[in-house]
Design a protein around this ligand. Structure first.
Ligand SMILES: [Zn+2]
Length: 313
């Protein structure tokens, strides 16, 4: 009887120790969230603990997020002041995911909501986002379409009385100490992909290029209009989910990014990204990340250099 009691006590003590260890790990994880960079370092050695979903960057840094939103696009820019830009809103089934991601990043207001072109994989969840958040301005290209998604989006914009800025090539949108320059579309066309707003975001000496679904004809127009220095960027959001009809060798060469991000859905029916695009990126030695393989891709910039925050391993 005494032996049984002592065995029970030992078992209880073991359980208590395990609970204490778990509590310590959780406390350490919470504390680490407050120290920028510390989590990234230690999470390599603690793969069993899920990474925190809120991304913290050092004071004075800008964060650029490329969200994993299936076969669509959605990028978030958060400036050190807290000002925000959201570029595109993926398909209509990604609204909850995008809104949840924004809430993890403590984003309640979008200063500029850029909708690169009115295809359903870019404006699909825009109505839901407009209804859920406060929006400063919507930026759109000079083209309309007659789909229900687009019509409902315009109604939602109108209902909340949000001003629309129609993007013109050469425009510079100033946001604190960052600039967004509209490089495309240069020429008007009925092809919605080639009406995609292409913009370069400059923060200090660092730049990010967002290309929507612009294809080779739009790339050619931009290359003819602007000098090559206008294209140089550290990070490129690869055009049209990595389709071979975009990302001409000449265009990628002038951008010459260190990193590229391909936003595409797992096992998508288009076969994105196409092997031709991957070959171009490999040929130029560009490190690329696919959202279907690695999830969200996040960078920070201190104005001097760009740092990859996600994926961590
Ligand atoms: Zn698209």
């Amino acid at each position: 009887m005494a032996k049984k009691k002592s065995r029970n006590r030992k078992r209880k003590l073991k359980g208590l120790k395990a609970l204490l260890a778990l509590a310590l790990i959780i406390c350490a994880a919470i504390a680490l969230k407050a120290i920028p960079g510390a989590w990234e370092f230690l999470s390599k050695y603690l793969p069993f603990i899920e990474e925190p979903r809120q991304i913290t960057v050092p004071d004075g840094d800008m964060a650029v997020h490329f969200l994993d939103v299936g076969q669509g696009d959605c990028s978030l820019i958060v400036l050190p002041s807290g000002k925000t830009v959201l570029i595109d809103a993926s398909t209509n089934d990604e609204g909850d995911n995008i809104i949840e991601y924004l809430s993890y990043q403590k984003v309640k207001h979008i200063d500029y909501f850029v909708l690169t072109h009115p295809h359903a994989d870019h404006i699909g969840s825009a109505k839901q986002i407009i209804e859920a958040l406060s929006i400063g301005k919507v930026v759109m290209p000079d083209i309309e379409t007659n789909t229900a998604t687009f019509t409902n989006l315009l109604l939602a914009i109108d209902k909340k009385d949000i001003p629309i800025h129609v993007a013109k090539v050469g425009d510079i949108i100033k946001l604190d100490n960052a600039n967004m320059k509209i490089l495309g579309p240069v020429n008007k066309t009925d092809d919605l992909n080639n009406m995609s707003i292409v913009l370069r975001l400059d923060y200090g000496k660092t730049s990010f290029m967002f290309t929507g679904d612009a294809e080779e004809p739009s790339e050619k127009d931009m290359l003819e209009k602007f000098s090559s220095s206008e294209f140089r960027a550290d990070v490129l959001k690869v055009g049209h989910h990595g389709a071979s009809t975009s990302s001409s060798l000449e265009f990628i060469t002038v951008i010459s990014p260190k990193y590229a991000v391909i936003s595409c859905g797992k096992d998508n029916t288009y076969g994105h990204p196409h092997t031709e695009t991957i070959k171009t990126l490999n040929k130029l030695g560009i490190k690329y990340y696919r959202t279907d393989k690695v999830g969200n891709v996040v960078f920070s910039s201190d104005g001097e250099k760009v740092t990859l925050l996600r994926p961590t391993a």
